[in-house]
Design a protein around this ligand. Structure first.
Ligand code: NCD
Length: 308
């Protein structure tokens, strides 16, 4: 596939064909992780920086491992140990990183739009690993890959997102991606956690979990983003779990071959009970495995075409 962008900032700006191309590349790389020697020389000589300015373990590790499996060199910068803590601006920091002749910067930031700003001021390719409540494109790509791998298509599927839609970059990237492939998306949660204008993205809104669950093919649970909420938007975790938490008995009322997804980290007992997270319908660990292959594909396509 011919990748024609400098950066990967979101799924909003990609076409269904471009997303398809990334998913095809993902399939090719998934096989690498099943070998005894889990490494290919595809990005030998390329340098990648993980610039994570918000706490993250799994996404950072997934990008790091993906880069290593492609034989790239990778350096980690984290908020607590970075010179931003000493007062340097983001732009200056990025320019200094670029002076080291890096090919690609993988960036996570608490503010929406931060990777877009960086993309305009450096020549290195930027991959958005999550910006505020805006987008988390590699998460949505791995979700699309996981669903398509199981069901064979996205078109026509009824997908239900449950939880903190307002603060979820995972939901937003997935809504863009799934809609481009013709899925029917519904969002469900307390009124305080659903943006009033979400309908403009072409999704339906529900506040009744048990009836919506019976009518969906894919159930996607989201974590309550306490760190992004500026005030209490529901009385307690216990009350949230009572009305919007998913457990085995709710799943018993759903379609037999329902798929359950969650981006992690899970707050067990809040959005999802322990038994439901480990049940036969859960694809949560497959999402993690596929995430590595998706990130290999994205690093390969983006660094392969980026100027250095
Ligand atoms: C997600 C994120 O950071 O947006 N997690 C992740 O990428 N591992 C979802 C979340 O934090 O709830």
């Amino acid at each position: 596939m011919q990748w024609r962008h400098k950066d990967l900032l979101g799924l909003e700006e990609l076409t269904a064909e471009e997303i398809d191309g990334i998913l095809e590349q993902t399939r090719a790389f998934r096989e690498v992780s099943q070998r005894t020697v889990k490494k290919v020389p595809a990005l030998q000589g390329k340098t990648i920086v993980n610039l994570f300015l918000e706490p993250s373990t799994r996404t950072r590790a997934s990008f790091e491992l993906a880069a290593k499996r492609l034989s790239a060199d990778i350096v980690n910068f984290q908020e607590s140990s970075s010179s931003l803590a000493k007062g340097e601006t983001l732009k200056d920091m990025a320019r200094n990183i670029e002076a080291l002749k890096v090919d690609c910067i993988v960036m996570r930031h608490a503010s929406s739009g931060a990777p877009h700003l960086l993309a305009r001021c450096v020549k290195a390719s930027i991959i958005n690993a999550g910006d505020g409540a805006h987008e988390h494109p590699t998460q949505a790509l791995l979700d699309l890959f996981t669903i398509r791998d199981k069901i064979g298509k996205i078109e026509g599927l009824r997908v239900l997102f449950v939880g903190d839609i307002t603060h979820s970059r995972v939901a937003r990237s997935n809504i863009w991606g799934m809609s481009k492939f013709g899925a029917k998306v519904t969002v469900c949660g307390p009124r305080t956690l659903i943006p009033y204008d979400i309908g403009s993205l072409g999704v339906n809104v529900s506040h009744d979990l048990s009836s919506s669950i019976r009518e969906c093919d894919v159930l996607y649970l989201l974590r309550i983003q306490h760190e992004r909420q500026r005030r209490h938007l529901f009385p307690s975790n216990r009350e949230y779990a009572r009305f919007f938490g998913v457990n085995e008995s709710l799943l018993n009322g759903a379609r037999k071959n329902l798929l359950v997804l969650h981006p992690g980290p899970i707050n067990r007992g809040v959005e999802l009970s322990g038994d439901a997270s480990e049940g036969p319908q859960s694809l949560i660990l497959e999402q993690v495995t596929n995430g590595l292959a998706v990130r290999m594909a994205v690093l390969y396509l983006v660094s392969g075409s980026g100027e250095s």
